[in-house]
Design a protein around this ligand. Sequence first.
Ligand code: F3S
Length: 293
Amino acid sequence: MAELETAKSAGFCFGVEKAVNTVYSEIGKSRKIYTYGPIIHNENVVEDLRKQGVGIAMNEDDIVRIAEECRKDCTPATVIIRSHGVPKKTLDFIREQGLDVIDATCPFVARIHRIVEEESAKGSQIVIIGNAGHAEVEGTMGWSCSGASVIETKEEAQNFTADPEKPVTIVAQTTFSMVKFDELVDILMDKGYNTNVVNTICNATRQRQEEAREIASRSDVMIVIGGRNSSNSAKLCDICRGVCPETYFIQTVRDLPVLDLGSAKVGITAGASTPKNIIEEVQNYVRTGRREF
Ligand code: F3S
């Protein structure tokens, strides 16, 4: 029988749990509910919310349309900001359209927004170490009053230039790889600017990455469960593959090929937006060899 080890840190982190609970607690309050973007990178949860009447606003055009509909049918609406956060101008825009906002931005992300807002106002040049285009990074950029540079690769760090007369403040996307962050900071520090580094990778991410590496290093097969678009899950997969070549990245147990696990040691971890029941399905499959669908 396969020997199973599941990471204690697998699944919802504090910020995601808080945001998802916020949405569920608003259902049934005689008003329309929307999330700004899917509340988490998990199709099952998003579908469940859709069935309960929760809509998704993807952009400012959707906000304008929702505000018009609410005016026409005299129903109030609440827009819930997900844990990734949004640029300041987006928050202001939603409120200007007359919609209520519940801001479920994770407090660790909101802290980065404050640092970026304050340091840019003092004249610092902002560098965000993270994935360009990721919603959290876009949101963080939107709190700087003087723009921001996003650095994701060694080449980008090597090519980075700044005004030598002004300080540079470096922050990180909360789910960035710790090892990569240190590498990129070393390159940037060598440039000799007056640099202030705030490592804003959140503790939940650190623990999840460390535990994933430890478990993968003593496993024959590693299973990482996470959404297709979840960058923290993709990073877990990279980390695990680095020490355990037989690593599978799946959304649900249905994505797993039929495995002959025998007496293999099997490790499981999951990204911050993976619900408990999806992890349990995978655990049951590893224990029994049966997929119940
Ligand atoms: Fe917050 Fe960290 Fe989760 S920043 S949303 S607790 S991954």
